[in-house]
Design a protein around this ligand. Structure first.
Ligand SMILES: C[S@@+](CC[C@H](N)C(=O)[O-])C[C@H]1O[C@@H](n2cnc3c(N)ncnc32)[C@H](O)[C@@H]1O
Length: 327
């Protein structure tokens, strides 16, 4: 994120996703969130400090806007929202703009349909669907996953190939973002899919996309940090596991994901760079999985792994995200 001074500089290249970060005492949070909801496209809040008992003292509150606000007018709105709460607004208001290369922004800016393997990812109901393709109607909105990013592309190519050669009945898509991979898996083969994300906005967007694609009877979307939700662990083992996250969390998740994979199942991993691929593969080899395919869209890599026996592990703890509201 790059800070901008918000003094009326001309808008370049259309609307940009903006974030305004505040610090608020825990006691103010319920009222503050209620008052912020009409002002923002989304509001997320994270614990900033906790007391000895682990109870939150203060929250970091992010106000997300689909376009840069007029600073003076937005400040007045915020002052009204904060009235009577023990909260001092920073001066000047820290309005930060997401650069276009960030994943979220890339997802928001894409509008043209894209064809990946058999999948035709398109944004509008009225788009003509090429013959022989599997359409995915996708409004990425504030969630990552429009088909434009090389990691999503790599995963869709892997799903396309796997669906041609293998049967799968139960699928896990961890880090589902917009739901694109879950929808692709559900449309390529008749199967049941559990899609999960630790971002409540992604969960909301994915649910809507699943509904718009007519696969809501087969795709269940859940809020979960890793595999923390018991329902996810109960739903396994899965014949196919998809996880397009990042190198570090993927390595951390290796024991849990390996355990969730059925014997002989396949796992598609992405979200890491060429130079990180060996470390990711090693993390999964240690859990008995072996890489069987590598898809490169430089500098990003997608790995397909074949499942072996999994080791028992304890679930990862719930993350620090505590409250969020969005519209
Ligand atoms: C790169 S996006 C992938 C979105 C979509 N699956 C795709 O392939 O385009 C990664 C997603 O993983 C989610 N995520 C990251 N870490 C996670 C975790 N530990 N548990 C669940 N979701 C996670 C993020 O919120 C984000 O929506």
């Amino acid at each position: 994120m790059s800070p901008i001074d918000g003094k009326g500089a001309a808008e370049e290249g259309g609307p940009r996703l903006c974030r305004i970060r505040l610090t608020a005492p825990a006691a103010a949070m319920p009222v503050l969130l209620e008052r912020l909801e009409p002002l923002a496209d989304a509001v997320s809040a994270f614990e900033q400090t906790v007391d000895e008992a682990g109870e939150p003292i203060a929250f970091e509150v992010d106000i997300w806007l689909g376009a840069r606000p007029e600073p003076a007018a937005f400040r007045r709105d915020l002052e009204r929202a904060c009235a009577g709460l023990d909260l001092v607004l920073p001066d000047p208001l820290p309005i930060e703009e997401a650069p276009p290369e960030t994943w979220l922004e890339a997802a928001r800016l894409r509008t043209a349909p894209v064809r990946i393997g058999r999948f035709f990812v398109h944004p509008d109901q009225g788009d003509p669907i090429p013959r022989g393709t599997v359409p995915i109607l996708l409004e990425a909105g504030l969630a990552f996953g429009s088909g434009e990013h090389a990691t999503t592309r790599g995963c869709l190519e892997a799903i396309d190939r796997l669906a041609r050669t293998r049967r799968y009945a139960r699928v896990l898509d961890l880090g589902c973002g917009s739901g694109i991979l879950a929808i692709a898996a559900a449309k390529a083969r008749r199967c049941r899919v559990w899609a999960a994300d630790n971002d409540p906005i992604a969960v909301r967007v994915a649910r809507e996309n699943v509904r718009r694609n007519g696969v809501a009877d087969r795709v269940r979307v859940l809020l979960s940090e890793g595999l923390a939700r018991a329902e996810l662990r109960r739903a396994g083992p899965f014949d196919l596991v998809l996880a397009n996250i990042l190198a570090e969390p993927l390595i951390e998740l290796a024991p849990g994901l390996a355990r969730a994979l059925a014997r002989g199942g396949r796992m598609v991993l992405s979200g890491f760079l060429d130079r990180q691929a060996d470390a990711v593969a090693a993390g999964y080899r240690a859990q008995g999985l072996r890489p069987v395919e590598r898809i490169e869209h430089a500098p990003w890599v997608t790995l397909v792994l074949a499942g072996g026996a999994a080791r028992p592990v304890s679930p990862r703890p719930i993350g620090r995200l505590r409250v969020l509201s969005s519209r």
